[in-house]
Design a protein around this ligand. Sequence first.
Ligand SMILES: NC(=O)c1ccc[n+]([C@@H]2O[C@H](COP(=O)([O-])OP(=O)(O)OC[C@H]3O[C@@H](n4cnc5c(N)ncnc54)[C@H](OP(=O)(O)O)[C@@H]3O)[C@@H](O)[C@H]2O)c1
Length: 232
Amino acid sequence: MLDQVEKIDAIIVGASGGIGRALKAELAAQPNFSSVESFDRQHFPEFDLTRPESFVPQFSDWQEQGRRFNLAIIATGALIIDGVPPERRFAELESANMANHFALNAIGPAMLIQQLLPLMPRNDPAAIAALSARVGSIEDNQLGGWVSYRAAKTALNQIIRTASIEWTRKNQESALLAIHPGTVDTRLTSGYAHPKKVSAEVAAKKILRTILSAKPQMSGGFYDNEGQSIPF
Ligand SMILES: NC(=O)c1ccc[n+]([C@@H]2O[C@H](COP(=O)([O-])OP(=O)(O)OC[C@H]3O[C@@H](n4cnc5c(N)ncnc54)[C@H](OP(=O)(O)O)[C@@H]3O)[C@@H](O)[C@H]2O)c1
């Protein structure tokens, strides 16, 4: 869809992160690239995804000014919050840490999607993609552990599915996607060895290709970086 449009005007939320930054560079290399807004704590120091009051005014201003994007990528998130590592056992579960995961990895993106939708075109191709994680798949969970991060990503996938249904009713050329980026070498994974870890540049190429070629029928789904469906 977006690989066929004349120009892409994008916003990347979390463009300061490992994957967000690589996505921004990859986007700028596309033949139909027009502009990109980096929405992150470097460019908007007041921004805190866990506090909607820190970003809603900026989105309201853009709405009033008639600012429009046909692509939005939400590349924010964390595995370790306030120094608390992901739980290895259920006995390590702490309600405050779990609440922090929901605030950052599920509720924040939900509130962002709410703010982004009015900035997207009504009758033209448009896509919003949020970086989820395969560990949020209930069906794929064979190992246990990481319950707060996992459950927040599972919630994110449900939020995306729900919002996509409403968006499709308004714009049949829309796609709202949950994307697992792969295991990528960034700050988020720096403490974790993984045989299949790839560079952010390699991951960004695949993620962007998947997003730009996404069709409306894919909306509300959960995909890996190559566009293969992941079971919920
Ligand atoms: N890396 C992987 O292997 C992997 C695997 C599966 C899923 N993911 C998902 O991919 C996404 C991006 O991860 P990454 O690897 O690129 O991590 P990263 O390099 O740590 O980037 C995280 C981004 O989130 C932003 N952020 C964190 N807390 C925030 C807050 N409270 N308010 C505003 N911005 C906040 C960071 O901003 P600052 O730069 O200001 O801190 C940064 O832009 C995450 O959702 C992650 O769960 C990654």
